[in-house]
Design a protein around this ligand. Structure first.
Ligand code: NCD
Length: 545
């Protein structure tokens, strides 16, 4: 049997769903296509076409769009495939139908690629998972891809693809180094959020963030960029950036103030905030030679952050960038549609680290003399969970003991309390006499709830088994979990009946690298977690209802 096609049926929910080498392959092919289009080389151009009237592609836009929607539509026409647009305004979404049910229908009609823009975040990841089950139920032979065309404030991976392609084009196709200024609404702008993992395409990255504090990049994204080894600097305005002593970037990426996502308080100050991130043509002579401006567009017609007076200057990289969107999306569709990519020989899929084992058996020292006692009576048989939330405050420990008992159904006789635990301050202890030794599955679940704790299995008055619980890479499948982002597809208010899944920061699949960091990292309750759907960062305590 031949190897499966490396790209057919893949989903692009976030930029890191395509690893660095896969993206470099995409850019190489897009360059070939762009050049062939320029010299009108029909033979080469035709090699990119899916050219199959039964190949269904659907656009589902639940938020406004011009470039993304139209460039995908034009890319579909290029491919000569069956193209449909979903009319969300008059659909059964209005009868409270779920995303899962809505898309299950469309998949059934032999559609293979869905391009989705939504206000809710994490929709494509959710649909990818649902579709895996649907295809299994119905033995569907055709693979199905979901392409995120922008989900709320989260990511816009195809914009990131065309941005990276354009940066590369201007860097003579070298992915060696980039020095980029990100200017504008970095708080709400999903195109700049995709840059956090997207810019890892370059071996050496310097990023200057230019935004007033109200519009600044969320802290956890800044932290992630630093973890990835980027040199990051922050400035509150273009003026402050141009005035500082250091080097100014040659590549500037502007974003529009996203008024529709701002709260009332920030909106009231929009004029002042806009001034800080609007380029004044009189500042041109202060730019380094060869500077290029980019913008995902749209520009506000009355208050553009790149004034129209600059359209005819060499600063204008944004028009070519926008036109590149069509070419890059043609190539992406050709890859996900299985038309090209057979010659790709690099690693396939998102980069994931080796998972970390979360159960660490401890040597049993002679337990003579060391007996766990339940109050004044030594416990003969049962379970003792020690070092719970070690180092946290007594209130935090008490509240988490309640979560532990409810999640693990540890109701019953015995006791639990907060005690002082030597160097680490306070800790929680829980005793359950006559409780059976936990199974491995139960231990793994326990590791998710009380990472850092130690489980002691006691029989005949002796500790038979002692296991230290480490923070797992994934915490999932527990009804007590909640993602705090109200726009996340998993949030209970959005009614999709879906539980969040959390990935440990710096763990498998979180996209981050680097080594933990921070006070007590790895000790359990101080680890941070990302929601796998919307990438929102949570402290350990925040992931519990
Ligand atoms: C962006 C978007 O929708 O995120 N536009 C685009 O897709 N080219 C940027 C924006 O809306 O400001």
């Amino acid at each position: 049997m031949s190897a499966p096609h490396p790209f057919a049926g893949r989903t692009l929910a976030v930029i890191s769903d395509l690893n660095r080498q896969e993206r470099l392959y995409l850019y190489q092919r897009a360059r070939e296509l762009k050049e062939a289009l320029q010299r009108n080389d029909r033979d080469v151009v035709d090699q990119f076409r899916i050219n199959d009237g039964d190949f269904g592609m659907y656009e589902v836009f639940l938020e406004d769009s011009t470039r993304t929607r139209e460039s995908f539509k034009n890319a579909a026409h290029f491919h000569r495939v069956k193209f449909s647009e979903f009319n969300a305004a008059s659909s059964s979404f209005n009868k409270s139908e779920s995303y899962a049910d809505t898309f299950a229908n469309l998949i059934g009609y032999q559609n293979r690629v869905f391009v989705i823009r939504s206000k809710l975040e994490g929709v494509c990841r959710h649909l990818e998972e649902q579709t895996r089950r649907y295809r299994r139920r119905h033995h569907l032979p055709w693979p199905v891809s979901f392409i995120n065309a922008g989900d709320g404030r989260h990511e816009h991976p195809t914009q990131e693809l065309l941005d990276e392609f354009t940066f590369l084009e201007d860097l003579k196709w070298s992915p060696g180094e980039i020095h980029l200024a990100l200017v504008g609404d970095l708080y709400h702008g999903r195109t700049v959020h995709s840059k956090v993992h997207g810019l890892g395409l370059f071996r050496s990255v310097r990023v200057d963030l230019v935004a007033p504090p109200e519009l600044s990049m969320p802290r956890h994204y800044v932290q992630e960029m630093q973890d990835l080894g980027f040199a990051v600097r922050e400035f509150a305005s273009i003026e402050e950036y141009l005035r500082h002593d250091g080097e100014v970037a040659q590549q500037w990426y502007f974003t529009r103030p996203q008024l529709e996502r701002m709260g009332e308080r920030v909106l009231q100050r929009q004029d002042e905030l806009r001034r800080a991130i609007t380029f004044d043509p009189s500042q041109q002579h202060r730019l380094p030679a060869g500077t290029t401006f980019y913008h995902p567009l749209p520009r506000h017609r009355e208050h553009p952050t790149i004034p129209a007076a600059l359209d005819d200057t060499p600063l204008n990289g944004w028009e070519r960038q926008s036109a590149n969107g069509w070419v890059v999306r043609i190539v992406l569709l050709a890859m996900l549609g299985g038309k090209i990519g057979d010659d790709y020989s690099g690693p396939v899929g998102a980069e994931v680290a080796e998972p970390r084992e979360c159960l660490e058996p401890q040597p049993l020292r002679s337990t003579q003399g060391k007996h766990y006692s339940e109050g004044i009576r030594p416990i003969d048989d049962g379970l003792v969970i020690d070092h719970i939330c070690a180092g946290d405050t007594p209130e935090e420990i008490r509240s988490h003991l309640a979560t532990l008992i409810s999640v693990m159904a540890l109701h019953g006789s015995g006791g639990e309390w907060v005690s002082t635990g030597g160097d680490s301050g306070y800790k929680g202890i829980l005793f359950r006499p006559r409780f059976a030794a936990p199974s491995e599955a139960t231990l793994r679940k326990l590791a998710a709830v009380v990472p850092g704790a130690t489980v002691n299995v006691i029989a005949h008055g002796e500790v038979q088994q002692k296991i230290r619980l480490l923070s797992p890479d994934r915490i999932e499948d527990l009804p007590e979990l909640i993602c705090r982002n109200a726009m996340c597809i998993t949030h209970p208010d959005n009614g999709e009946q879906l539980l969040p899944r959390f990935l440990r920061r710096n763990g498998v699949g979180s996209g981050g690298v680097g080594g933990g960091g921070g006070r007590g990292a790895g000790s359990g309750t101080r680890e941070g977690y990302y929601c796998q759907y919307c990438s929102t960062y949570h402290t350990f305590r925040e992931i519990w209802r």
